[in-house]
Design a protein around this ligand. Structure first.
Ligand code: TXA
Ligand code: MG
Length: 321
């Protein structure tokens, strides 16, 4: 299917991707169409060997910072933005002169790329705007009837998308926080990296994906910072509101008393670490939608390490409110 210009959804260690040959502009157009994705939002190209990188970047040149990061983090949840080779169709990069590339740490993804022998352009395999899919069922829920094949390898491990780092700026800039943390990047490079600020809608952002509402469940999402505040928020909700929550397991005891009775508690989930929260966040958003939840409460986490990516996705899901 890939060799003849078709689309295939496949697992990665972060989220499921919707792949097509990155060098075939028609195939890539079909991805935008299947997802309902704005065509100025560029895609990540997935490779399985470092040897596939030079053909994608300008003059085949892989800069020293990139080599350091590749040795340390590939395969893994790190996407590098580099100057693009003219061979990469403009439709992949939304007209940008740069290209985003990563090597996923998932054997099914790697085998798919190796067996087709092609670099695969692949955004997350969700309908544009919906939470990224972390299971094959999630992909089916969004794209049934729109794509011919999903490779099912069970739930993904990281649960949030890769970190996108722009290496065309000095110092390198984190455009999207993700599975590899700022601290890990700085330890590897030996100097501070900068973090892109959230652009306004009018900006011409360096990572166009940042301007869209993303990862959004149909339910209203609220961040809560402790059991007391959470009970206060519940009291403010209208009678009969259907609530789901994903909060720190240590809050459990405090939430067993004092809960307002006029609320309908549809789903109660707990996490024990920020890794567990990241892995279950998108799945819980989708599950709450399936259960027709009106309001989802998620506990805030400190903005360090993986917590940065978690808070970024929560804020996006709230539509910037
Ligand atoms: O973990 C992931 O990265 C997943 C899996 C499937 O690999 N993919 C993913 O793709 O999240 P997508 O399309 O949902 O997000 C790609 C992000 C967007 O924010 C996009 O704007 C940015 O990467 N991006 C892609 N190419 C870029 C470029 N040349 N310059 C700046 N940002 C770029
Ligand atoms: Mg996406």
């Amino acid at each position: 299917m890939i060799r003849s210009g078709g689309l295939v959804a496949f697992p990665t260690e972060t989220v499921y991707g919707l792949g097509a040959c990155a060098l075939d502009s028609q195939a890539v157009e079909a991805i935008y169409k299947a997802k309902g994705r704005p065509s100025d939002n560029p895609m990540i190209i997935h490779i399985a060997e470092v040897g596939m990188l030079p053909q994608l970047v300008r003059d085949g040149f892989v800069p020293p910072y990139a080599t350091l990061l590749i040795r340390r983090f590939w395969p893994g949840p790190l996407t590098l933005v580099l100057p693009k080779d003219p061979k990469v169709p403009n439709v992949v990069t939304g007209g940008l002169s740069t290209v985003a590339v990563r090597m996923p740490a998932n054997t099914v993804a790697l085998e798919l790329i190796l067996k087709t022998g092609l670099p695969l352009a692949a955004p997350s395999a969700n309908l544009s705007g919906r939470p990224s899919p972390t299971t094959a069922e999630d992909v089916l829920e969004d794209l049934d009837g729109r794509i011919p094949l999903i490779l099912d390898a069970g739930p993904t491990g990281v649960g949030l998308e890769s970190t996108v780092v722009d290496l065309t700026s000095d110092p390198p800039t984190i455009l999207r926080p993700g599975g590899v943390t700022r601290e890990e990047l700085e330890n590897c490079l030996g100097f501070p990296v900068s973090v892109a600020s959230q652009p306004s809608a009018e900006d011409a952002p360096r990572s166009p994906g940042m301007k869209y509402r993303h990862y959004a469940p149909r339910a209203v999402l609220k961040i809560v910072d402790g059991p007391k505040g959470m009970i206060g928020k519940l009291r403010d909700l209208p009678t009969g509101t259907r609530v789901g929550w994903l909060v720190n397991a240590s809050w459990r005891g405090s939430l067993e008393v004092d809960l307002p009775q006029e609320i309908v508690y549809v789903r109660e989930s707990y996490y024990r670490s920020v890794q567990e929260l990241a892995a279950s966040l998108f799945r819980e958003m989708r599950e709450c939608d399936r259960l027709d939840v009106d309001v989802i409460l998620v506990s805030a986490v400190p903005e360090i390490g993986l917590g940065v990516a978690v808070m970024n996705r929560l804020q996006k899901a709230m539509g910037g409110e």
